[in-house]
Design a protein around this ligand. Structure first.
Ligand SMILES: *[C@@H]1O[C@H](CO)[C@@H](O)[C@H](O)[C@H]1NC(C)=O
Length: 153
């Protein structure tokens, strides 16, 4: 299949990790930052035993979000930013197609599970930041949440 995408691989990794890290797999407190086409029900970050979520360098951090669609959504992209000293710094993802992380198209009223992960690169500076995670569809915001994180060794 042409569908050898990262997100699905991540799901397998996450499932493996989940068995090891069940104790940490609790929903995190997030802030909504303008979800419009959908309503976020929960956000899980693994590992994130407490806030700010420790983003350990050279590891994958998994993000699972459940939301209810308030509109039909045919296509969507993932945009991740770090809010560092008041500046929104783009956090490039290898695959920004959010439809590789959830089933598309989405019908209004559907509850959707979105699963993705990010690799925390060794060269990222060790600092505390606010992560802004946004799903967009054209110029519309599907979902947007922020949570505090801290890049660690
Ligand atoms: C992170 O995920 C990628 C893609 O699935 C994988 O190739 C890599 O080995 C993972 N790295 C770690 C440290 O788990």
């Amino acid at each position: 299949m042409a569908f050898s995408n990262l997100c699905l691989l991540h799901v397998v990794t996450v499932l493996t990790l989940t068995t090891l890290q069940l104790a940490y797999a609790t929903p995190v407190q997030f802030k909504d930052c303008g979800s419009s086409l959908a309503t976020i029900k929960s956000v899980d970050v693994t590992p994130c035993p407490s806030l700010p979520c420790p983003f350990q360098r050279k590891t994958n951090v998994s993000v699972v979000m459940e939301f209810t669609a308030n509109a039909d959504i045919s296509a969507s992209g993932t945009k991740v930013y770090g809010l560092i000293l008041g500046q929104l710094v783009p956090f490039p993802l290898p695959d920004e197609n959010a439809c590789h992380c959830m089933p598309c198209p989405i019908k209004k009223g559907t509850i959707v599970t979105y699963k993705n992960s990010i690799y925390v690169k060794e060269e990222y500076p060790k600092l505390q930041l606010v992560v802004e995670w946004k799903l967009v569809s054209g110029s519309d915001v599907v979902t947007c949440f922020t949570l505090p994180a801290k890049i660690t060794d």
